[in-house]
Design a protein. Structure first.
Length: 209
């Protein structure tokens, strides 16, 4: 059995009070977790603050972008893995995300782990993509996963979906891990079907065994 440790990328105002996170502690937390034998750091992802948090906090919580946070830790650790648990895939531009993931996997010598989800709060998605109100985030995630796999496996990649489109993109470097594993977060039945159809693993929280 392997154990990870929650890393406070986007936890202020949700699991912890504001202020809570001190970025000057990130290196010490990561190195200490590695010394204690933890398998991975788990950092979550938000681009903006949900309305319920705004209503209860006098100051906004600090959310630290997980890919950049992990990039700052790759050169000061040796073994511990970096889990994106989870990245809100429908909010991300796929080609840029693919480039970031591949670069970080190379810099960390294959220690990156990608978990994706549709996002807990539709309000967050619609705040950053107001032109996509009403979009099917599940379909967006399915297209995003398929597009990432195409970019990571083909020299000249093209993709044509409802939400994701690109032509003749040569992405280099590819991730060090081949094939690059993608895990899916899901709770509802439709999400579990998606895990079985396109995931390399399942991320779940808050449910009994």
């Amino acid at each position: 059995m392997k154990f990870g440790i929650g890393f406070p990328t986007c936890r202020e105002g949700t699991a912890y009070p504001v202020p809570y996170v001190r970025p000057e502690d990130f290196v010490e937390i990561a190195q200490r977790a590695e010394e204690l034998g933890f398998y991975a750091l788990w950092g979550n992802d938000h681009l903006t603050t949900r309305l319920a948090i705004r209503a209860t906090q006098t100051t906004p919580p600090n959310f630290y972008e997980p890919l950049i946070t992990y990039a700052s830790l790759a050169s000061v650790t040796q073994r511990i893995r970096f889990m994106l648990g989870v990245m809100v895939l429908p909010e991300r531009e796929i080609i840029l995300l693919a480039k970031q993931l591949a670069t970080l996997d190379q810099l960390s010598k294959g220690r990156l782990m990608l978990g994706v989800g549709i996002g807990s709060y539709r309000e967050e998605f619609e705040a950053v993509h107001p032109g996509l109100k009403g979009a099917n985030r599940g379909r967006m995630m399915e297209e995003g996963i398929a597009a990432l796999r195409t970019l990571f496996s083909e020299r000249r990649a093209s993709f044509s979906g409802k939400y994701v489109k690109f032509e003749d993109v040569e992405l280099a470097p590819k991730p060090l891990q081949q094939p690059f594993p993608i895990l899916l977060n899901a709770h509802a039945d439709v999400g579990l079907v998606r895990v079985g159809a396109s995931g390399d693993g399942w991320i779940v929280a808050g449910l009994p065994a």
